[in-house]
Design a protein around this ligand. Structure first.
Ligand SMILES: NC(=O)c1ccc[n+]([C@@H]2O[C@H](COP(=O)([O-])OP(=O)(O)OC[C@H]3O[C@@H](n4cnc5c(N)ncnc54)[C@H](OP(=O)(O)O)[C@@H]3O)[C@@H](O)[C@H]2O)c1
Length: 282
């Protein structure tokens, strides 16, 4: 059976490096992206660099429930299964924006959208195969203490930290829930990487910050290494429910990995899912 991988936000940065690595590993690669012209250019580059023609671009806007559903419908028109899902796309914005579905935008793109996408795709991971889900989180989760009631009120760095913490917790919960189903779920801390999300030039002092930060950045190719390792290595085929940094599992301090917070968060996501997407994706 053809091995199929979906990588969200794969038109640039670490997602593009991950998509290239999967194409090099003979996967059919679905690039799920918001900017179709840029994604098509990136897709052509990946095809020519890897020699793999099975690289396909699909539109997804993770801030929109309708767009997530539309993506899944389009994907299932052309394919009947998935083996790897990489929830890579992410944003940070300074403004406090509320999406058409009523969620704070950073939370919507970085964690609510990926959760809904994952839930819609779970039935299409074939039983008895090597199936993996990888969520690109961040070291910044440690600043993401949250309360469910305030989920739409956080903004900028706090919203980003909360979204990355939520993504990590969602990963741990899904790992437990999908063990029986034969799908592994792990999260990644890629480090501090020179990508669009990090390099902003909005304020005059951004230029200075970028110069000061320059020695700390690693390149996207290096930032993507742990994600690629989790997606392709036989060593981690059966590993699930871990948080990885530099291709090794790292310990999440107990105060951040609390079952009550995890189940509370999942209940919140499940309510959103049931209210919006509990019917068939097709
Ligand atoms: N860079 C770091 O230091 C760092 C550290 C820790 C974690 N991370 C995480 O790593 C992941 C990859 O980011 P990156 O560093 O490679 O940054 P990046 O180059 O900015 O890539 C982010 C990707 O997400 C896409 N995206 C943004 N909004 C979207 C939406 N509404 N729907 C679908 N896709 C959307 C972007 O598309 P467009 O650009 O075309 O809009 C882009 O392809 C993110 O989850 C980020 O939070 C990054």
């Amino acid at each position: 059976m053809d091995r199929i991988a979906i990588v969200t936000g794969s038109d640039r940065g670490m997602g593009k490096e991950t998509a290239l690595a999967l194409a090099n590993n003979h996967y059919s690669v679905i690039m799920a992206c918001i900017d179709i012209p840029n994604a098509s250019r990136a897709g052509d580059e990946i095809k020519s660099m890897s020699g793999n023609k099975n690289v396909f671009v699909y539109k997804i806007d993770l801030s929109s429930i309708a767009s997530i559903k539309q993506f899944v419908q389009s994907f299932l028109r052309d394919f009947d299964h998935i083996n790897i899902l990489i929830n890579n796309a992410g944003i940070i914005t300074m403004d406090h924006e509320i999406t058409e579905d009523g969620f704070e935008k950073i939370m919507a793109v970085n964690t609510i959208g990926p959760y809904l996408l994952t839930k819609l795709l779970v039935p299409y991971f074939p039983l008895g195969e090597d199936n993996r889900i990888i969520n690109v989180s961040s070291w910044i989760y440690k600043f993401g203490k949250f309360s469910i009631e305030k989920m739409n009120k956080y903004h900028y760095v706090k919203a980003y930290s909360v979204s990355k913490y939520s993504q990590l917790l969602m990963s741990l919960e899904l790992a437990d829930g999908l063990k029986e189903r034969g799908i592994t779920v792990n999260a990644v801390n890629p480090g501090t990487v020179r990508t669009k999300i990090m390099i902003t030039n909005i304020w005059f002092y951004d230029f200075l910050i970028n110069i000061l930060m320059a020695p700390l950045y690693i390149e996207p190719k290096d930032g993507a290494k742990t994600c690629i390792y989790l997606a392709t290595s036989d060593e981690v085929k059966n590993e699930t429910g871990n948080f990885y940094r530099k291709c090794k599992p790292v310990v999440i301090p107990k105060k951040f990995n609390n079952k009550t917070i995890r189940t509370g968060l999942l209940r919140y996501y499940e309510t959103i899912f049931k209210e919006n997407l509990s019917f068939s994706a097709c």
